[in-house]
Design a protein around this ligand. Structure first.
Ligand code: SF4
Ligand code: SF4
Ligand code: FES
Length: 785
């Protein structure tokens, strides 16, 4: 066969002539043409190491057939490959016999049994019996190498997949081989556990049962599991997953290799957070407030009570005295039905999906970058949160782009984060001075030259909850003015926040955003506040405003999966089903719409949010006519212009989802006005951002993750600690113009001088007490107590 395509080479595979791609490994070329070569160490998303020799094949390049590791050698013109010769079979049997010499025969009690590549390949390519009669090596089994992962060294076949993943993909080189020969084993460094946000991936890619995950150990056998594909909605990256259940209980999430999104990886919060779905604390029925507090009731009574509260509120203050905040937790269908209920049935413009921690919705109208656009851009500008903490798998993709593909990162940040060590340039700034930092960088000829080299992508989000979004928006606009062709990926964190905003959970003209709603509620102008999976008391950056708003709203309705601090104060609580219990679609930060898989029966009598909205609308005199979630998906496609191509059929037939168009109706990104206060007697500018694990209800109710939240400490540069008259580990009073809290000082050289950093929503004091969400920045002082 001859090919004129310069990218193809002609090779012979088991006597057949095939066209392989130049530079392609033999193992992948063979697989594409229907010949599966057994392997253990090879993984398509990591560099090959040729460690296990299971993939040996005979290759003849003109000098006679030679045994060649097919995962290490690329195709060459006229190469003759034999994957099934007697020699290859003999070698495969030999490799398996050697691997099994020390591998225990504990398949019946091994979590991997039934889905184990070693078991499968021993059966398909092994010798059938072993000549090894000596004692196998023994180790204590298993040992915990982290809070979430156990290692059984007897089962390890030393394939280097876990260690390569930790080092090469996650950048957390915390597991390594130690000792030599037959004693070689995986180990952690002394007193340093495998504390990686991505540790669960090593369990998934381990080709044997050497690594097992604490949340799944001994819960089910693979043949007992039922599964369907879905999307993780813990954050807005939208990693594709397989949700597995047994006996109507979600038991495991596995990553699916979605090429444009997650490459098979999940973060541990997304992977193990399913435990909260099974929590005993889940709301099982609706509740109404009586003189004795919240008591369970029937759905008809609860929905009737909601309809009455809505009617009373309209009668007392008009439709715009009703407000809905939240909506980023559910599906596109949930969000759309609630937007319809609020805007079209109730008639209020006050609806918003963000919780004071994002950017103006108009950012979603900018030329949107996909994750692939960002990863392939010549220059990646980071103007947002620490992606490792807030959007972990996006961090992996950008880390890969910088480390392996030579992309240049220019990072603007008030505190160095996970990508700082991979950045070509990191520009630290004090909160409020983003624009000056960007202007100074743009004036640097080296930066200007770098930005002119090729495509530029900007990842934009909120790096600091203790300042408004104003300075970040101004900085973003300055970069876009300098590089008009740059595309923007919005780094908004909440699961379906982009979907909720795009399908309508945003203010209509004259309406209020969440800050405006809470201010109006605190001033007594909100007759009815609907919390749609929102917990402002825990989640809104300004704790005082959230408290006054919940107290000031005359009626509060909560739609939630748990009783949170906020929903505990509601007049009616409607029990919502969680992800895994409902289908539909979700939209990730790129605008990619993927399906959600319904795997288990909803907890108690809980219902999906869209169904709750339909029920309320019906009682208020408007029938949506939705008989199933497919009707809502169709309604979105018909009524939301940017979702016109997002039909249920299109989503179902596209494994990587369908990109919704960039919405054209979000209005321009208006340059805001920044007015920075003087420091006065306050010494430090406050930076508050999230860590992956915090005190959120979904983490608190996942037993394996709950204890991973840190503690409330104020991080101060060591050179500033003395200036503040404190010392590392001291308890101090941290105060702003608003309030003071008692916290412990932690010396942290990554914190910029003149600033202090505090993690948001950690167990302990509430940093939100110090934050005024209307102030451009928050200045604080440290006092000894
Ligand atoms: S623990 Fe598993 S993934 Fe790691 S080297 Fe051993 S067999 Fe390979
Ligand atoms: S990065 Fe986000 S979407 Fe992906 S697994 Fe983690 S929490 Fe889920
Ligand atoms: S798969 Fe090729 S050497 Fe292991």
């Amino acid at each position: 066969m001859t090919s004129t395509d310069p990218n193809l080479v002609s090779v012979t595979l088991n006597g057949r002539t095939i066209a392989a791609t130049k530079g392609e490994l033999i193992i992948t070329a063979a697989e594409r043409h229907g010949e599966y070569i057994p392997r253990f160490c090879y993984h398509e998303r990591m560099d090959p190491v040729g460690m296990c020799r299971m993939c040996l094949v005979e290759v003849d390049t003109g000098r006679g057939p030679q045994l060649t590791p097919s995962c290490m050698v690329t195709v060459a013109p006229d190469m003759k490959i034999d994957t099934a010769s007697p020699m290859v079979k003999q070698v495969q049997e030999g490799v398996l016999e050697l691997l099994l010499a020390n591998h225990p025969l504990d398949c019946p009690v091994c979590d991997k049994g039934g889905e184990c590549p070693l078991q499968d390949q021993a059966f398909s390519h092994g010798p059938g019996e072993s000549r090894f009669v000596e004692e196998k090596r023994h180790y204590e089994k298993p040992i915990a190498i982290s809070d979430l992962v156990y290692l059984d060294r007897e089962r390890c076949i030393l394939c280097d997949r876990c260690t390569r993943f930790a080092d090469e993909v996650a950048g957390d080189a915390l597991i390594e081989f130690s000792s030599r020969g037959g004693n070689t084993q995986i180990t952690t460094f002394p007193d340093e556990p495998f504390a990686s946000y991505f540790s669960g991936n090593t369990v998934q890619i381990c080709p044997v049962g050497a690594l097992t995950a604490k949340p799944y150990r001994f819960k089910a056998r693979p043949w007992d599991l039922e599964q369907n594909e879905s999307t993780c909605t813990t954050c807005s990256v939208g990693c594709r997953t397989i949700v597995q259940s047994s006996r109507d209980q979600v038991l495991r999430y596995q990553g699916v290799d979605s090429a444009p999104v997650n490459w098979g990886w999940l973060c541990d919060k997304g992977r193990f957070g399913f435990e909260s779905v099974n929590s005993d604390e889940r709301l099982t029925t609706p509740m109404v407030r009586t003189s004795g507090g919240l008591v369970p009731t029937s759905w008809s009574a609860a929905l009737g009570a909601v309809a009455d509260l809505v009617r009373e509120s309209i009668a007392a203050g008009g439709a715009d005295s009703i407000a809905v905040v939240g909506g980023a937790r559910g599906s596109n269908e949930d969000a759309f039905a609630w937007a319809q209920l609020a805007h079209d049935v109730i008639g209020t413009p006050n609806v918003y999906a963000q919780m004071g921690d994002g950017l103006p919705a108009a950012v979603l109208g900018l030329d949107r970058a996909t994750i692939d656009d960002v990863a392939s851009a010549t220059t990646i500008v980071l103007l947002g949160p620490d992606l490792k903490e807030e959007l972990p798998v996006l961090y992996l993709r950008i880390r890969d782009a910088a480390v392996k593909r030579g992309r240049h990162i220019i990072e603007f940040t008030p505190k160095p984060g996970g990508l700082t060590k991979h950045a070509w340039k990191t520009i630290g700034y004090e909160p409020g001075t983003q624009l000056a930092a960007v202007e100074a960088a743009l004036a640097d000829p080296a930066v200007a030259m770098q930005l002119a080299k090729g495509p530029v992508a900007i990842v934009a989000g909120r790096a600091n909850l203790a300042e408004t979004s104003t300075a970040t928006v101004l900085a973003l606009q300055a970069i876009l003015a300098a590089v008009p062709s740059a595309k923007v990926l919005p780094a908004l964190r909440r699961g379906n926040v982009v979907g909720a905003l795009q399908v309508g959970v945003r203010p209509r003209p004259g309406g209020l955003d969440t800050t405006g709603v809470l201010q109006a509620a605190a001033a007594g102008r909100i007759e009815c506040l609907v919390l749609l999976g929102a917990d402002p008391l825990a989640d809104f950056p300004d704790a005082d405003l959230a408290r006054r708003a919940i107290a000031g709203a005359r009626r509060v309705i909560a739609v939630d999966t748990f009783l949170s601090a906020s929903s505990l104060q509601a007049d009616v609580v409607l029990a919502a089903s969680a992800v895994g219990e409902k289908g539909g679609t979700t939209t990730n930060l790129e605008g990619r719409v993927t399906s959600l898989g319904r795997r288990v029966t909803a907890t108690g009598t809980s219902r999906p949010d869209w169904m709750i909205a339909s029920g309320i609308a019906g009682l208020l005199g408007t029938e949506f006519g939705y008989r199933s979630i497919a009707d809502v998906t169709a309604s979105i496609a018909a009524r939301v212009e940017s979702y016109a191509n997002v039909t249920a059929t299109a989503v179902a037939s596209a494994p990587d989802g369908v990109l919704a168009a960039v919405p054209a109706d979000l209005g321009p990104l208006v340059p805001p006005v920044l007015s920075l206060p003087d420091r006065n007697s306050y010494d430090f500018r406050l930076v508050v951002s999230r860590r992956l694990y915090d005190d959120a209800v979904s983490t608190r109710t996942s037993p394996s993750l709950a204890h991973l939240a840190g503690c409330m400490t104020v991080h101060v540069n060591p050179l500033d600690i003395e200036r503040a008259g404190a010392h590392d580990g001291a308890e101090v009073r941290l105060s702003s113009a608003r309030a003071g809290i008692i916290v412990t000082v932690e010396s942290d050289a990554t914190v910029l001088r003149g600033t202090v950093w505090v993690p948001f929503n950690q167990p302990g004091s509430t940093i939100g007490e110090l934050i005024d969400c209307t102030a451009a920045v928050t200045d604080v002082r440290i006092e000894n107590i």
